[in-house]
Design a protein around this ligand. Structure first.
Ligand SMILES: Cc1cc2nc3c(=O)[nH]c(=O)nc-3n(C[C@H](O)[C@H](O)[C@H](O)COP(=O)(O)OP(=O)(O)OC[C@H]3O[C@@H](n4cnc5c(N)ncnc54)[C@H](O)[C@@H]3O)c2cc1C
Length: 449
């Protein structure tokens, strides 16, 4: 196989790192540009502040990560990540009911985002043709107008600006990517969907007293929309600690009040639909500061729709789409996109530009069903503002039934778990048996009323 020369990746987050892993097989040299300092361990960092909050890795993400980095899952466990039975050890209060608990044969890995990213980074350090340039901020593209091609980038290392050139430039700089602005200045408007959700995340890490009767490893207490807007999760993580994250839609949480002290954080736990997290925290010892992250809106930038995109530029991860993080899909989307890129690179008969175009279309196909699942939930709040999918009422009715059946019928919940973990398409929830149960439930409810 003839290797292409040099690829440059903007951003060394999850997408940047995974992309580097894949490109290292197809390009002689791969350079990641990262504005943060070189990490010294699995710690939260400034450039990815969402790492202070719970980060669940869905099954699709976990399987894909293992494909890209064989042995990484065992490495997670050997340094403290927690292996759980996905349906037995998860206690989940959702739409006013507790989901069933049983051994469904699936496992999930609980760990912090910095722990996950640190392991990926260790793996990258063993690949000789990957270089990570830390403390370097991407400033601008180097553009060849006659060829409509991005030929390089300008970076600032804090003391000077320099230009580096590459054959392929990948924007993996996340939700704050500068590319749409850069394109707009050249008259190219990227079509985008924006949905205002007014979401806030507030998190803190605790040590819990030993309790032999604790029958869960992760507990999710979701709000029942539209009446309830505040939810919370408590999850074991590496270091025998627990991360507690509260979420509030449409500015429901008074951030200043919660940040006052440890007991005001605890007070927030009383506002959840169930007091389980409050009870778990009563004897707990806080071992971190309180972190806050706001997601005022989610956004999907449709690069695949633009024919005149400059040659040599590929976009991946949150740069394309920041989705509502409550459903824990962002990193798994990045993994699925990277695997799609790897697949396309294996076809040697297409030009780099054909590959980029095909990739942006594949990425859109990965995002579309997930985006529509997320909007189904986000639009249960009347204050959510954005373009509603036209089948929204049907989706909301159907999924509500699936959520409620997940508290009664194991097969329905098990099918839902596969869809939620992005390993099976949403259409399997429409199989005749489940459809029958949904219709039966609806008819029974109507006849009771
Ligand atoms: C509060 C919150 C909770 C979340 N929870 C989950 C979860 O439970 N499960 C899940 O799968 N996903 C979750 N996500 C989503 C997940 O964090 C993202 O989908 C994922 O981080 C996307 O990775 P990325 O590499 O595309 O972007 P990022 O992780 O944002 O990385 C972008 C990188 O680019 C660097 N960068 C940016 N600009 C420049 C520049 N100009 N020059 C150089 N470097 C630059 C940044 O420093 C950073 O390292 C959550 C997100 C949020 C906000």
């Amino acid at each position: 196989m003839q290797r292409r020369e040099k690829a440059i990746i903007l951003g060394g987050g999850i997408s940047g790192k995974l992309t580097a892993r894949v490109l290292s097989n197809f390009y002689k040299e791969v350079i990641i540009i990262e504005r943060d300092q070189e990490p010294t361990g699995p710690f939260p960092r400034k450039g990815a502040p969402q790492g202070n909050h719970i980060h669940a890795l869905l099954h699709a993400g976990e399987y894909g990560l293992e494909k890209l980095f064989p042995g990484i899952t065992e490495n997670f466990y050997s340094t403290g990540a927690v292996k759980i039975n996905s349906t037995q050890d998860l206690a989940w209060f959702h739409h006013g009911v507790w989901k069933l608990r049983y051994d469904g044969g699936y496992t999930t890995t609980l760990q912090t985002r910095p722990h996950l990213e640190w392991h990926v980074e260790q793996y990258l350090r063993t690949i000789p043709n990957i270089t990570i340039l830390y403390n370097n901020t991407f400033r601008d593209y180097e553009y060849d107008e006659t060829e409509n091609r991005i030929i390089g980038i300008k970076i600032n290392d804090g003391s000077s600006v320099k230009t580096i050139y590459g054959d392929l430039i990948v924007d993996a700089s996340g939700a704050s990517s500068m590319t749409t602005g850069w394109l707009k200045n050249r008259g190219i408007q990227i079509p985008e969907e924006k949905v205002k959700i007014g979401l806030i995340y507030i998190s803190k890490v605790f040590q819990l007293p030993a309790d032999l009767n604790r029958d869960w490893t992760i507990k999710l207490v979701y709000p029942n929309p539209p009446q309830e807007k505040i939810g919370g999760t408590i999850s074991k993580i590496e270091g025998n600690r627990y991360i507690v994250t509260f979420i509030g839609y449409h500015d429901e949480i008074d951030e200043k009040q919660v940040l006052k002290n440890d007991s005001s954080f605890l007070e927030l736990a009383k506002k959840l639909p169930k007091d389980d997290i409050y009870q778990a925290l009563k004897e707990a010892v806080p071992v971190s500061n309180t972190s806050v992250f706001r997601v005022p809106q989610i956004i999907w930038r449709k690069y695949e729709k633009i024919k005149q995109l400059p040659n040599g530029l590929l976009l991946i991860g949150d740069t394309i789409c920041r989705i509502d993080p409550v459903f824990g899909q962002g990193m798994s989307i990045a993994v699925l996109e990277t695997l799609a890129l790897q697949n396309l690179l294996q076809n040697e008969h297409q030009s780099q530009q054909q590959l980029i175009r095909a990739f942006q279309q594949r990425a859109a196909k990965i995002i579309a069903p997930i985006w529509s699942m997320v909007l189904t939930e986000d639009f249960r709040y009347p204050a959510t503002i954005g373009k509603k999918p036209f089948i929204l009422p049907f989706m909301q009715w159907y999924s509500k039934n699936i959520f409620l059946l997940s508290a009664q019928n194991q097969e329905t919940y098990h099918t839902f778990i596969k869809v939620m973990n992005l390993v099976r398409p949403i259409t399997i929830l429409m199989n005749p048996k489940i459809l029958y149960r949904v219709l039966k439930r609806t008819l029974l409810n109507h006849s009771i009323k």
